[in-house]
Design a protein around this ligand. Structure first.
Ligand code: NAP
Length: 521
């Protein structure tokens, strides 16, 4: 039997009991390890984090907590080779795709270490300016943000075991909130190893960073008022969390990052020979293939002017035909596997649903695999569908197939394109491709109500833009509607989730003494 990976709570190893759940290599089918939190005293774990680690963290102040994030970066950098091995084995991702998760997490932590240093030893953060409340101007109001006094429970999806952990933990720890992370079981190994390395390095106050691998049963029951849940995963689980009494009666704050049917839109004035057309084709292929399309921000729906539908279909199909798929350890392989055979099954079912209304332009199921057994590996080639009549369709605007799958559709005019994008009912990101700044800006503002981020690609940024699906810590991550309504990152805005806002009403002389550091959230 494989090794049982340790949980860490109260600053120490906390081995689970029983057989646990086995983690597999999704390409070879090899068993890699097991996870279990059976027998771990959840009540003590949450109480220790809340009552011992929280006060210890908050006693340090922002700048020292930021410096600790810098030390976490150094520890992760020192162990990165092991992380790549784990990611390739447990997530089935190529080295390049693994880097998006691992290096992305280190970069994000590093940014928060830098931004946090600027907050110095502030006791509170000033939110906006003062408001005069009385005629003589003496009695005033100042909004302040102070660290929340509970625990941040971070529940993550399977696709970004490293980045998903640290993009949340960076903001929580900098805010002074202890963290308990519950990684998705199927890819838990990378998060477990990173937390083990950081806890063993003794960087943070004891119990400020905990990890519970395996079942999420009972975690929500531990939540108390002033705790925070930051969740990434499916809408179904998000709904379950939102209905839990911790959220309904306890008013525990819940941030949700969920499904999203992100769109890519080529503006109407572009032609087949225009740079914008080439940029759209390149970005769609990247988005469909990075991490086998298992990115919440990946492009799912591609909208092009009617007259360019055929040309786009041909250009995308030609590029997708050249993608090699299979064992990520083989250097010839461009795209690795899905995360598990179960995920392959879910994607296969989802593609069948989409194909009930869309035609197949490029069939990933027919892909010959490199260095992988198709009866064992969770590999699927990129699959492009086409929908000539998008108005009549339903599934393509409703079902997120979480794999290398996207659907191309034609639009009549910009109004029609925006209407089709909105049928996704709220997205994490929409990308626009064009060359007219006025038309691009107009579409960006039109879409800002339904997309958490609008990524505008014009020829001037063709080589330098950061990628449709790449989440930069400087910009907001999260979207309205079915995307969950959550907000993460966006620079120091991320601290808002882990702080409590209060209005202090007093003589201006008292407000001068609050020690509140002005900041833009
Ligand atoms: P999921 O099945 O909802 O699981 C997400 C996490 O919730 C896992 O850690 C899971 O644990 C845990 N969980 C499930 N039930 C729970 C409960 N009752 N109490 C506490 N925790 C519970 O989602 P997934 O399949 O891992 O991820 C795929 C989905 O995530 C996709 O729909 C994708 O769009 C979305 N996603 C969104 C973003 C974003 O930023 N918006 C990013 C990535 C993924 P187990 O693994 O142990 O079941």
């Amino acid at each position: 039997m494989t090794e049982l990976l340790d949980n860490y709570v109260c600053g120490r190893r906390a081995p689970g009991r029983g057989d646990g759940t086995t983690l597999y290599d999704p390409v070879t089918g090899a068993a890699l390890g097991r996870v279990s939190n059976e027998g771990v005293d959840l009540g003590s774990a949450f109480a220790y984090a809340r009552e011992t680690a929280g006060p210890a963290l908050r006693a340090l102040g922002y700048a020292r907590r930021a410096a600790m994030l810098g030390d976490v970066v150094k520890t992760l950098q020192a162990n990165r080779d092991a992380y790549f091995e784990i990611a390739i084995a447990n997530s089935g991702t190529t080295r390049g795709d693994s880097a998006i998760d691992i290096e992305g997490s280190i970069y994000t932590l590093g940014q928060y270490a830098r931004w946090g240093a600027s907050l110095g030893e502030a006791r509170a953060l000033a939110d906006g300016g003062r408001h005069k409340l009385a005629k003589d101007g003496v009695f005033q109001a100042q909004h302040v943000l102070v660290p929340a006094q509970g625990v941040a429970l971070l529940i993550n999806a399977f696709n970004f075991p490293a980045w998903g952990l640290w993009e949340k933990a960076a903001a929580a720890l900098l805010s002074g909130m202890p963290v308990i992370v519950k990684p998705a079981t199927v890819t838990a190994w990378l998060a477990q190893r990173m937390v083990a390395d950081v806890v063993e390095a003794g960087i943070l106050p004891e119990g400020a960073l905990s990890i519970l691998c395996g079942s999420g049963a009972g975690l929500l029951d531990q939540l108390r008022p002033f705790d925070v849940v930051s969740f990434t995963g499916s809408s179904a689980t998000a709904t379950e969390i939102g209905r839990h009494r911790a959220a309904t009666a306890g008013a525990v704050r819940v941030n949700v990052e969920a499904d999203s049917l992100n769109g890519a839109l080529l503006l109407p004035d572009e032609g087949v020979d225009s740079p914008a057309f080439g940029l759209l084709v390149r970005e769609v292929v990247r988005e469909m293939t990075i991490k086998s399309g298992q990115k919440c921000t990946a492009i799912r729906r591609i909208l092009v002017p009617e007259r360019l539908y055929r040309a786009t279909s041909d250009a995308l199909a030609a590029k997708l035909a050249s993608i090699t798929v299979g064992n990520p350890r083989n250097e010839k392989v461009r795209m690795g596997s899905l995360v598990s055979r179960a995920q392959l099954e879910r994607v296969t079912v989802g593609v069948a649903e989409l194909r009930s209304e869309a035609a197949c332009i490029h069939d990933g199921a027919a892909q010959v695999l490199v260095d992988a057994d198709p009866t064992v590996a969770a590999c699927l080639g990129p699959t492009l569908l086409g929908l000539a009549q998008p108005d009549r369709a339903d599934a393509v605007h409703r079902i997120e197939v979480f794999g290398p799958v996207a659907t191309l559709m034609p639009y009549r005019d910009v109004g029609h394109a925006l209407q089709l994008i909105r049928r996704g009912e709220g997205s994490l990101v929409t990308s626009l491709y064009g060359s007219d700044p006025r038309a691009l800006a107009s579409a960006a503002v039109e879409l800002a109500d339904s997309s958490g981020r609008v990524h505008v690609i014009s020829p001037s940024v063709g080589e330098t833009h950061t990628g449709h699906g790449n989440v930069m810590p400087q910009s907001l991550h999260g979207g309205p509607g079915r995307a969950g309504g959550g907000q993460e990152l966006g620079g120091l805005r991320a601290l808002g989730l882990y702080h409590q806002r209060a209005a202090v009403q007093a003589d201006g002389a008292v407000l001068d003494q609050l020690g509140a550091m002005p900041m833009t959230l």
